[in-house]
Design a protein around this ligand. Structure first.
Ligand SMILES: Cc1cc2nc3c(=O)[nH]c(=O)nc-3n(C[C@H](O)[C@H](O)[C@H](O)COP(=O)(O)OP(=O)(O)OC[C@H]3O[C@@H](n4cnc5c(N)ncnc54)[C@H](O)[C@@H]3O)c2cc1C
Length: 534
């Protein structure tokens, strides 16, 4: 087992903002001026002197938890509990900024290994205490804000001590990782062996291996490396009914339905994932990224479909619509600068990673196909700019919230034949709900042979009640997604925010199956009550 070294540990995120405080900053003057032309600006600092509700858990239960994991790993401190209150969606940030900490856990418990987790669950089940598994805290659909009604209290089960490379099988190319490892930490441990995972969501720097599995996350290199659930070979979990080990015996099998899938996307409602075995690959020799311009979103989307259906997938493949291209959102560090696609149209980012020979061969084939399809090559500069800024957009959201602009993202996925209808319906729903001047930007973020994911970024005047305005707009977008026959989420998961829209997608029988699994594994219903299951 290899522990992560201290100099690799990521900093804690502030409760009201995204990311590393050292990287945060106000809106650059040029961007502020530009945004001020579109939206009324008003400085809206977060509330000062926020009171965290006093812990509700009875002292004997706190003492019981201390006996299970050790005195120093049961934390009642206000600042720590505030930090583990909800996730990082815009509604989460707005509530934190307004000083609403009504979802604060009573206590933060930090288990050191699987047995600790199991012991906490046994104790919590016996005393009807809610347990919320907490990885990186980057959830954006309410998965960290369970329903506490009728329970003795809420434990935030912080998996941050379970941060090691548990096992490595270089012959089979598999690695077993602790659930609390954040993206860069997992990659650093694997890199010591010349290996990588290749999962790079925008939240990469702070989200964890357990969180990726529990939400069926998908990263920016999914075209080449696949979504996270496709990387998972096996997993171990602790449940109130005991230990569960799924997969991990073979690359694939016919031993009945694949029960790994029950835990991938289970959002802490069925158990706590304590180890994840993933398939790994050699570190790439070369990385090359470039830009292409398309005359329209439809033309670029058709080109993506042709690549996917022609087995010509690069490692990264993304396409901004006309609005997103025009304001340069693919390059958050240069918002408002000249659009990367120069003469307008739509910017596509194409990236290749692998051995020198494989990249050369793939690039030649993809370049020929994109040229035939009518794309204009823009060279390496837009690709490199995208790579340099790929994790920076969330900092911009904070700076815009600071000046009273409402910004949030949402995503969905459908088949190619339904893409245009879905795009139009979601856009219309958001513009209708938020009114004149709303900016709705979109990119195709993940591509399959059969369809693609649409990722929307919305900016609107915040007004007096930004939270209420957004919740109304989000509900309208969710209704539009369901009415269009698309999925309520491609990679952000269900949480509490999408729960009301899950039944049309999986049906009453599907919901009954989820409830039955929950009853079996968590009969007292202590794990993340109200999350995932309608
Ligand atoms: C700015 C930003 C950008 C994002 N970009 C992407 C993106 O590109 N792709 C993407 O897929 N997602 C993205 N997300 C969403 C989020 O990062 C993912 O859902 C991520 O997988 C959550 O991981 P986490 O470790 O932060 O989990 P947390 O937020 O801590 O938890 C998420 C859910 O999983 C449960 N959980 C966590 N760990 C475990 C465990 N070990 N066992 C059981 N349950 C557990 C929690 O209880 C909760 O319900 C983004 C979020 C933000 C704020």
């Amino acid at each position: 087992m290899t522990e992560i070294s201290h100099d690799l540990l990521q900093p804690e995120m502030p409760p009201t903002r995204w990311g590393d405080p050292a990287h945060a900053g106000p809106l650059p003057d040029g961007v502020r001026d530009l945004v001020g032309l579109v939206f009324p600006l008003s400085d809206t600092p977060a509330a000062a002197d926020v009171a965290v509700p006093a812990p509700q858990l009875a002292p004997d239960l706190v003492a019981g938890l201390r006996a299970v994991v050790g005195e120093e790993h049961v934390v009642l401190d206000d600042a720590v509990r505030r930090q583990r209150t909800r996730g990082k969606s815009t509604p989460d940030l707005l509530r934190q900024r307004a000083g609403d900490l009504s979802d604060a856990p009573d206590v933060v418990v930090r288990p050191g290994d699987h047995d600790d987790v199991q012991a906490v669950l046994d104790f919590a089940q016996q005393h009807r205490v809610v347990v919320v598994p907490f990885g990186g805290g980057t959830a954006v659909t309410g998965g960290l804000a369970p329903d506490r009604e009728g329970f003795a209290g809420v434990v935030s089960l912080d998996l941050g001590r379970m941060r090691s490379l548990v096992a490595l099988d270089p012959v089979s190319s598999t690695a077993t990782l602790g659930p609390g490892l954040r993206g860069p930490e997992a990659e650093a441990l694997l890199a010591e062996h010349g290996l990588m995972l290749g999962h790079f969501p925008q939240s990469f720097e702070f989200a964890t291996i357990g969180g990726f599995a529990a939400t069926r996350s998908s990263g920016q290199s999914s075209a080449g490396y696949g979504r996270f659930d496709a990387m998972v070979v096996g997993l171990r979990a602790a449940t109130p009914k005991g230990e569960v080990r799924l997969g991990g015996t073979s690359p694939s099998n016919a031993s009945g339905p694949d029960l790994r899938e029950l835990f991938l996307g289970s959002e802490g409602a069925f158990g706590v994932i304590t180890e994840v075995t993933v398939r790994v690959r050699p570190l790439p020799e070369v990385k090359e990224y470039e830009g292409w311009r398309w005359p329209s979103f439809a033309a670029g989307a058709d080109a993506m479909r042709a690549l996917a259906q022609g087995d010509l997938m690069p490692t990264v493949l993304r396409l901004s619509d006309e609005n997103e291209t025009a304001i340069n959102l693919a390059r958050p560090d240069a918002i408002g600068g000249e659009g990367s696609a120069g003469g307008g149209g739509c910017l596509m980012i194409v990236g290749y990673e692998g051995t020198t020979a494989a990249v050369a061969a793939k690039k030649a084939a993809v370049t020929a196909a994109l040229t035939d399809l009518g794309g204009t090559p823009l060279g390496a500069e837009p690709g490199q700019a995208w790579v340099a800024g790929r994790f920076n957009a969330p900092y911009l959201r904070d700076s815009l919230l600071d000046v009273g602009v409402l910004v949030e993202t949402l995503e969905t996925v459908t088949f190619w034949s339904n893409r245009e209808r879905l795009y139009a319906a979601v856009k219309a729903a958001l513009e209708g709900a938020l009114g004149d001047g709303t900016m709705v930007l979109c990119h195709i973020s993940h591509v399959y042979a059969t369809g693609c994911s649409l990722y929307f970024t919305v900016a609107a005047a915040g007004g007096e009640q930004p939270l209420e305005r957004w919740l109304k707009a989000k509900a309208a977008a969710n209704d539009a997604i369901v009415a269009s026959g698309a999925s309520i989420t491609h990679h952000h998961a269900v949480g509490t925010d999408h729960r009301g829209w899950l039944t049309p997608e999986i049906g009453e029988a599907g919901v009954a199956v989820l409830r039955a699994v929950k009853r079996e594994l968590d009969p007292a219903g202590i794990l993340n009550p109200g999350v995932l299951i309608p």
